[in-house]
Each structure stands twice: as C-alpha cells, then as structure tokens.
Design a protein around this ligand. Sequence first.
Ligand SMILES: Cc1cc2nc3c(=O)[nH]c(=O)nc-3n(C[C@H](O)[C@H](O)[C@H](O)COP(=O)(O)OP(=O)(O)OC[C@H]3O[C@@H](n4cnc5c(N)ncnc54)[C@H](O)[C@@H]3O)c2cc1C
Length: 415
Amino acid sequence: MRIIVIGGGVIGLWSAVALARAGADVTVLDAGPQAGFASPAAAGWVVPALSAPLSGPGVLLHSARQALHRAAPFSVSPRLTSTLLRWIVGFVRSGSARRYSAGLRAVLDLGAGCVDDFGRLQEMADLELRQTGLLMAAVTQSGLDDVAQLAEATTAAGYKGGYEILDGHAARLREPALGSAVAGAVHAVDEVQVRPEHVLHALRSELAKAGGRLVIGTASRLSPGWRVESSAGTFTADRLLVAAGAWSTELLAVLGVRIPLMAATGYSITTAGTGLAPRVAVKLVEPSIAVTPFADGVRVAARLDLGRPGGPIAERRLATVLDRVTPYFADWRPGLSTATFAGMRPATPDSLPLIGPIPGHQGLYVATGHGMLGLTLAPGTARHVVPLVLDNVRAPELTPFAPERYLLRGASWRP
Ligand SMILES: Cc1cc2nc3c(=O)[nH]c(=O)nc-3n(C[C@H](O)[C@H](O)[C@H](O)COP(=O)(O)OP(=O)(O)OC[C@H]3O[C@@H](n4cnc5c(N)ncnc54)[C@H](O)[C@@H]3O)c2cc1C
C-alpha cells in the first residue's frame, strides 16, 4: 500500500517509520527547515507526568490573574480572528472537572511506554538521552502546592511513575545549581530527556532503513485519490496522512476541512550561560519555563503565544524570559544565544491531539494537535496510526482524539 505522510516533524516521521516497518510503501513529504518548525525547538522532555490538559477547573481565573502581569508566561494574539475566538470558547468549554480527568487519562494511555520507546530508539541511533527525572521547582508555597496537586491527580489517573516531594534544602541537594529562593520541588523521578534534533535525525535514518523515503517539498493541493501537488512534483498514493503540525489547518482547508488548530508559539534558547549550570531537567513552576541540560548547553523553553507566528525572536522578549530564570538559580545566568527560535506547537482547544480518519474523505487521516507534548506522544501516536491507516482499525485508545469531536458533517468545526 502506498502512503504519503505530509510533515517531517516528530509526529510525521515516527508514524512514517512505523508504517514502513509494517510493510507500507511510505513517502514523507516535508517542506524542510522553516520558521516555526516545532520539533527541533522542544525542550526534549519525555514527560507522561505532565499529561494533564492545559484547560481545567480554575485555569481560567488563574490565567486571567496572570494575564495582568507584564511577565505572564502566555499571550493571545491581538488579532482576534473568528477562528481564534472559537478556539478560546472551545478552551473554556473543555475546562470542566469531568473533561479534565477524562483528558488526563486519555493522554496517559497514549503516552504509555514512551520512555521505553525512546530507549529503544537510542539503542539504534546516536541519541543524547538523559535520565535525570523532572524537578518541578517552585519559589512560592502556592506554586509548590499546585505541582503537588498535579502529581496527585496524575497518579490517581493511572500514572505509574514516582514522585518525591522535597523541601528547598532537599531540592538543592538534588540539583545544586538551584538558588536559596527555591521553596521546594516535586521530583518526577522516572522522566527522561532527549535532544530533539537527534531524534529527528535518528527517525530519518530509521525511515530509510525501513525502505521509506523523505522528499523535500511543500504540499500545496490535495485531491481525493490521493494526489498531492507539491514544489517537488506530484505524488499519488492510496492513503494520505496529514501530520504537518500547525500548518495542517491550511493544508486541510484546501479540501474544505476545517480543524480547530492554533499555533501556540514557544521560545527555544540553547545557551551555555555562566556560573554553575543545572544538570537535572527543571521546570520553573511559576513562570512555566523548561530548563534542560544537554551536552553542549542548556536549553530554556518558554512561553505560549497563541495565534502568533514562529521564527526569530525579538531580543527584548528574550531578555524578559531570561530574567525570569535567574531567581531559581544560585549563580547560573543564561546568556543570549544564536540557537534561538520560536516553534509553533499545534494546539487544540481541549489539549488533546487529533488522530483519526477525516469523515467524508476516504483514505484521508490526520495526526496532529499534540500541543505541549508532541515529543512525548509521538511513539504512542505512531503505534496507533499503523492499524488506523493500513486497516482502518481505530484502537479504543484513539476515541478521545477522534477528529469527529470537532468536525461537523465532515467539513467544519464547532467549539
Ligand atoms: C518551545 C517548545 C518546547 C517544547 N517542549 C516539548 C517537550 O519538552 N516535550 C514534548 O513532548 N513536547 C514539547 N514541545 C511540543 C512539541 O515540540 C510539538 O508538539 C511537536 O514537535 C509537534 O510535532 P509535529 O510533527 O506535529 O509538528 P512540527 O514539528 O511543526 O512538524 C511539522 C512539519 O510539517 C512540515 N510542513 C508544514 N507544512 C507543510 C506542507 N505544506 N508540505 C510539506 N510539509 C509541510 C513542516 O516543515 C514541519 O517539518 C515543545 C514545543 C515548543 C515550541
């Protein structure tokens, strides 16, 4: 069976490798390095411990309070288009306690086994993988309470990893780079980190080994059959999987299919900095900043700017992010770096990916909308994409991610 996968990010590539290994004739069509590409920007956390949806009980009030601060960790584009407004309405509606716990359980199921999957990828490829766990460090008691509550809810929903609650002193013993302002931390001890660029490289080489091919070209027109016109020529296939991250919206719109996806742009800064650098992955709880030590520097990933484009970041905005890092560390000071860009997370209103067939379009499938967790959820997504695309068999685990939850008569979406 011939399959075209549009998108060579972590979701498209991992799915393509799995499909090729299952015997399909797979072509990945990817636009190549471009501004806003999410996968290489990732902090590298493989974190089922953070499976909770963004929208939940009390989140709206908390976000409204945060929005009043100049240094709020998120922003919403001032260009309030009708799509953005509908997204926001969808976000608010998905914040009930019932939908929050159902979403948390569903994401935990999709991410099951991901740490082992990355371990297997490391056995096959040259991949930087660290097992430091994730230290969620807070400078306020309320921040610490929030993460302790998150740990409790995630465990109750079925998360099997361990958490340890540490006071400030114990947190500094675990990560000596932390400063005296840190009041405490929750250590999710089983989480791992990978260098995202290495993951992409490894997946490209696994794709070639499995007999698949990667073509650099931008898809522009899709027509049933399936026929894909692109800057690299026209391709035909029996099945088409759209995994083009934040760009999936415009690609599917060509077919009249409107999916509820917005770019939730985040900054990625890789810097050596000065002073004693952290050796453990740390989440700075209050400003919601990810800090990941890699062999050649520390990556700082921050912000969620809804509806804004990716690409280069203004120095003024960068400085604001880096200022918020400083209070958590004794003397480590991140510097401005050239390895700095903004990636567009493909985000749905309910924080749940869209994985499944597109109603009314036989042979057309989508795998996107992984938001903050694309790296973590890529192996699980790929596992379920194989029976879905090859045999039209939808695993029960995919039910919460069905595109139908948003698509009205296969064409449009409602919040
Ligand atoms: C700052 C930041 C930090 C993050 N940290 C983490 C983390 O620590 N852990 C985690 O699990 N997740 C993290 N994420 C989220 C994760 O990176 C994303 O969810 C994931 O990368 C999405 O992958 P994707 O393949 O769907 O999209 P992308 O990586 O954006 O890939 C989409 C691909 O489609 C291609 N494309 C687009 N349009 C076309 C077209 N018309 N024709 C052909 N190709 C096309 C693009 O060129 C691109 O290669 C982070 C994201 C950001 C921005």
